[in-house]
Write a protein that binds this ligand. Structure first.
Ligand SMILES: *Cc1c(COP(=O)(O)O)cnc(C)c1O
Length: 399
């Protein structure tokens, strides 16, 4: 039972201080209860709690949209608000399909990368990897084309598969997690591959959707993962860290071509997606405060320092013979434990989870993969505690 959060720590009712080494499922960026974000939420809550976002607007939504357009690549000029990463993805898929339909094209198929995760709504699950967490709903999920994950050394196979899939001519869009596949097991690939995948899509006129829900807001060492590949997507999804992790809020950013395809006096061509809490003013105010922190504080330097310390701290753990595939992208560091029953349901996971909890460290292995994705304010002492907890846990399970 958690009562309070501050910086990288959670405080429980029974008096424990727990280090949040996974940013409470990848959302907390600058730390829990950042004073500037808390102040913005308090101030906005006293002015305007909620207003219909159809035909009406408000300053926090306008200011945040302007800020987002400024901070992201030039051609992403349009902002559509929703309230979670999953809905941001649904909106992106609907925009892509609407684009083709309004142009009189029958393109409708979506391509995805193997091992992807794009959310838990039906559309999000459809474009994500199939597995234990969605097999009960299989009949509801729509069919997609799957491109093999670009394994190191086999990148060309991925690019060739994408190229020939795009040839088919019925492909509306390709959706990718840039550089890091999060829920799929923190699988990483190079900016070069990302850039080439983007080029292939452009060549075939296939809409390129970047799902930066996890990778955005600095996780990979740059504000956006796409920046490292100089990739500008046609549509981009942001959520998780957009309010510093304090409030649920998401956006789908789109290019003028996507917007224009829906801009019409013919109302049947409009983009239809509305939800009750679209652009909630309090959440937007938290988003505006997050942008101010990014503009005025040395966030990228903080991430670089944290990433260097993580790399250093991992050196000893990496010596263990059972550790494989150590990898890092910005503040995300991950490794696998060589076990017989690898995968999400690995028996190792629950045992490690228990050990971490007993040591007051919040880490949540993905099957046999242990990873860290802490808030950028994590101190050197806390980081040392997290590494000690990992070593103890590995000793306990005997690997
Ligand atoms: C978490 C995540 C989502 C879903 O976001 P929610 O806010 O949990 O709905 C979508 N895409 C990626 C890449 C994610 O990591």
């Amino acid at each position: 039972m958690v009562e309070r959060g501050e910086g990288a720590a959670l405080f429980t009712k029974d008096g424990r201080r727990v280090i949040d080494a996974i940013s409470s499922w990848w959302v907390i960026t600058h730390g829990h209860n950042h004073p500037r974000i808390v102040a913005a939420i308090r101030e906005q809550a006293e002015k305007l709690d909620q207003v219909i976002f159809a035909g009406w607007t408000h300053e926090p939504a306008e200011e945040l949209a302007r800020g987002l357009v400024e901070m992201t690549p030039d051609t992403l000029e349009y902002v559509f608000y929703s309230d979670s990463g999953s809905t941001a993805v649904e909106v992106a898929l609907k925009m892509a399909l609407g684009y083709w339909r309004n142009r009189g094209s029958s393109r409708h198929r979506i391509l995805v990368l193997e091992h992807s995760y794009h959310g838990d709504t039906i559309g999000g699950m459809s474009v994500g990897a199939r597995g234990v967490y969605n097999q009960a709903y299989e009949e509801l999920l729509f069919d997609v084309g799957t491109i093999p994950f670009p394994k190191e050394g086999a990148e060309q196979a991925t690019l060739d598969a994408l190229d020939s899939a795009c040839e088919a001519g019925d492909i509306a869009a390709f959706i990718v997690e840039p550089l890091v596949l999060g829920a799929g097991g923190m699988m990483m690939y190079s900016p070069k591959v990302l850039a080439e995948m983007r080029m292939i899509c452009a060549r075939h006129g296939v809409i390129f959707i970047a799902d930066e829900v996890m990778t955005g807001w600095g996780r990979t060492g740059t504000l956006l993962a796409c920046e490292q590949a100089r990739v500008v997507p046609d549509i981009m999804c942001l959520a998780k860290g957009m309010t510093g992790g304090s409030m649920p809020l998401a956006v789908t950013l789109a290019s003028a071509a996507i917007f224009d395809a829906h801009y019409s006096t013919d109302r049947s061509r409009l983009f239809y997606h509305s939800s009750s809490f679209t652009a909630n003013p309090i959440a937007c105010a938290a988003g505006v405060a997050n942008l101010a922190i990014w503009r005025e504080e040395p966030v990228l330097e903080r991430i670089a320092t944290l990433a260097a310390r993580e790399r250093e701290g991992m050196e000893r753990i990496a010596q263990r013979p059972s550790i494989a595939n150590l990898r890092q992208s910005g503040s995300i560091i991950a490794f696998d434990i060589a076990v017989e029953d690898a995968g999400y349901l690995s028996q190792l996971g629950p045992r490690l989870l228990r050990s971490f909890r007993e040591q007051d460290v919040l880490l949540r292995p993905l099957g046999n993969t242990i990873y860290m994705m802490p808030p950028y304010c994590l101190s050197e002492d806390d980081l040392a505690t997290v590494f000690a907890a990992i070593e103890n846990a590995l000793d306990e399970v005997g690997v």
